[in-house]
Design a protein around this ligand. Structure first.
Ligand code: DGT
Ligand code: CA
Ligand code: CA
Ligand code: ZN
Length: 572
């Protein structure tokens, strides 16, 4: 979506103006606009195509900002930002990217201390030069060191859902070329890895058409930089920073190439070794016996030639899928259509953006049989968490709404904070009035492993608790998970008959695949929840499904594939 780009650009303009000590109101206007655009439910590009003037009607968008939005939609760039960027050293801009560091702090590092690179800042922290600045303490210093370390450690990998959207847009752009017979993305994106390094797109076409296809590709509107344009392979960087590799392959090799470029590398090597034992050679052009190609048009053919059934991309990690395939023990992987309801949803009673009725109606239209409304609990003050009085009032509204629907049930719940001692944010009396609820940790992320593990297990021992929400608390590329003994949590989940959530937010995808698989092995059940804060996030369910498939989950492992009665019976 162009919204993210617009919002990032406005945020950056506001930040730079702040570092430059510009007019306070001007800074505020850009920062506010960044916020507004970020939370818009509609795609600005689509609005623009329909009726540009509608953009002017958005609150907080005046004529100046409107013109910039148009410029960004049309060119993917913003001239004012480019001019500002030239006035500030690149290292100073990198400081802005650090978690917990905003323009106010950067201004001091840059103007007061004269620091212009991350390494200089890191050194200043190590030498205790930062905590003596006004408003900063030793904790800030440590926090900055950690943030620099995180930035270095988390390579610039894109979250899978964002890469997926980019890939789908490019494929749409290419699809209309009649020379293209087949087009798909491969690589880590097709395997649904939670982050991807680059996007690999494969095109099946005749070799003589390849150059023309390449030209079509590099002309894609969002291309910022062409790294290479060859006869059969090209690479570009998009204006969002994502790299796209594109290859054109003859149809007779398309399946072999798709298999090869889907990976993973270790899966490919295992397949190749297996083929060797059968006297075959496998590469991106096909499966060969001597000089003769015996397979390669489709992926199914490739698997068949090496004596295997089709293995879905999500499982191609060489961590047992080939052995399982040989024994006919591959999972019957869960699919999106198996899901009957969403058990983690917020409304504007806490930090969601729409009212209860809107959230409910969208879920109903989505074809669900049930949903749980799970707004935050009172300790979570920044999310406007509900106290028992407000919660009980919401329950009454739910009772009333429930009368409106047939064959669809709104479950009463809350995302109940697990407090630092493992107790819950509502009394047992209130918890007893809920149908279902995730209990989640939202604080004390720095606790020791022992303390965090005890805390969560204590919460699980409460007989009202049925689900643990986002069990490791990670925010991919942003924040490490808290330190918790997942094996102990999985064991306790079995003992107390508690399900673990697979939270489908792009930044969370928590639990991750390896833990899902371990949970399955111990027969611990999973629920997939979107943690939706806006009805446009209902589509996140598919990311949860992708992760579940990577974790070898089947329909029976996931509770919200069951009917409402079966679901609630699970805890009886
Ligand atoms: P990424 O982009 O870092 O998220 O991960 P991938 O898996 O998409 O890796 P990428 O883009 O470097 O290459 C795409 C696929 O091509 C990879 O999954 C497997 C295949 N591939 C690349 N290099 C090799 C190689 O040296 N040997 C084998 N067997 N396969 C390779
Ligand atoms: Ca890749
Ligand atoms: Ca690649
Ligand atoms: Zn939460």
């Amino acid at each position: 979506m162009v919204n993210n780009l617009v919002s990032d650009i406005f945020q950056q303009i506001g930040d730079i103006l702040e570092i430059q000590n510009e007019n306070r109101f001007k800074i505020l206007a850009y920062h506010r606009a960044a916020q507004i655009v970020q939370t818009l439910p509609t795609d600005l590009e689509k609005t623009y195509e329909k009726d540009p003037k509608k953009i002017l009607e958005i609150r907080g968008i005046g004529n100046d900002l409107y013109l910039k939005i148009v410029e960004i939609i049309e060119t993917g760039k913003c001239d004012m930002l480019n001019r500002l960027l030239k006035q500030i050293p690149a290292g100073v801009l990198e400081m802005l990217d650090l978690r917990g560091v905003g323009p106010k702090k950067v201004k001091m590092f840059y103007i007061t201390l004269g620091l212009t690179t991350l390494s200089q800042l890191e050194k200043a922290c190590r030498n205790g030069k930062i905590h003596i600045l006004p408003g900063m303490g030793e904790k800030t210093e440590f926090g900055i060191l950690k943030a620099i370390d995180d930035k270095k450690r988390f390579a610039e990998r894109t979250l899978m859902p964002f890469a997926l959207e980019e890939a789908e847009q490019i494929i749409n752009h290419m699809k209309f070329n009649r020379k293209i017979k087949k087009i798909e993305y491969g690589g880590s994106l097709r395997r649904r890895k939670e982050t991807v390094g680059d996007v690999d797109i494969l095109i099946g076409a005749s070799a003589k058409d390849a150059p023309e296809i390449m030209t079509h590709f590099v002309k894609y509107a969002h291309v910022e930089n062409v790294l290479a344009q060859g006869k059969t392979k090209s690479s570009v960087i998009l204006n969002t920073g994502i790299q796209i590799d594109l290859r054109v392959i003859e149809l007779k090799s398309y399946g072999a190439a798709l298999h090869y470029f889907t990976g993973s590398k270790s899966h490919n090597i295992a397949i190749r070794d297996r083929a060797k034992k059968k006297g075959l050679k496998v590469n991106e052009y096909g499966v060969f016996k001597g000089e003769k190609q015996v397979a390669g048009k489709t992926e199914e053919e490739v698997f068949k030639a090496v004596g295997l059934p089709f293995i879905i991309p999500e499982l191609r990690k060489n961590d047992g899928e080939i052995e399982a395939a040989l024994k006919n023990k591959l999972p019957d992987s869960i699919e999106l259509k198996n899901i009957k309801g969403d058990l983690h949803m917020h409304t504007n009673a806490s930090d969601g953006t729409q009212d209860l009725e809107t959230v409910v109606e969208a879920a109903y239209k989505n074809g669900y049989k049930y949903i749980a409304i799970t707004d935050h609990s009172k300790t979570s003050t920044i999310t406007n968490g509900l106290d028992s009085k407000r919660l009980l009032k919401q329950f009454k509204e739910i009772d009333k709404l429930n009368e409106k629907y047939e064959d669809f049930t709104i479950l009463k719940g809350s995302e109940v904070d697990i407090l630092s001692d493992g107790s819950l944010d509502f009394s047992d009396e209130i918890l007893a009035q809920m149908d279902i609820f995730p209990a989640s940790v939202h604080s004390g992320f720095k606790s020791s492993q022992a303390k965090m593990t005890d805390r969560i297990i204590k919460a699980m021992s409460n007989p009202h608790v049925k689900i643990i929400g986002h069990p490791t608390g990670r925010l991919i590329n942003r924040r490490d998970p808290y330190d918790v003994d997942m094996d102990a949590i999985i064991e306790a989940a079995k003992e107390y008959n508690v399900a673990l959530e697979l939270n489908a937010q792009p930044l969370r995808l928590d639990l991750k695949d390896v833990y899902l698989r371990r949970a399955k092995e111990k027969d611990v059940k999973i629920v997939i929840g979107t943690d939706s804060h806006h009805t446009s996030q209902n589509v996140y369910m598919k990311y949860g499904i992708y992760m579940a498939r990577r974790g070898w989950l089947e329909k029976k492992d996931v509770l919200n594939t069951r009917t409402l009665k079966q679901l609630l019976n699970f805890w009886k």
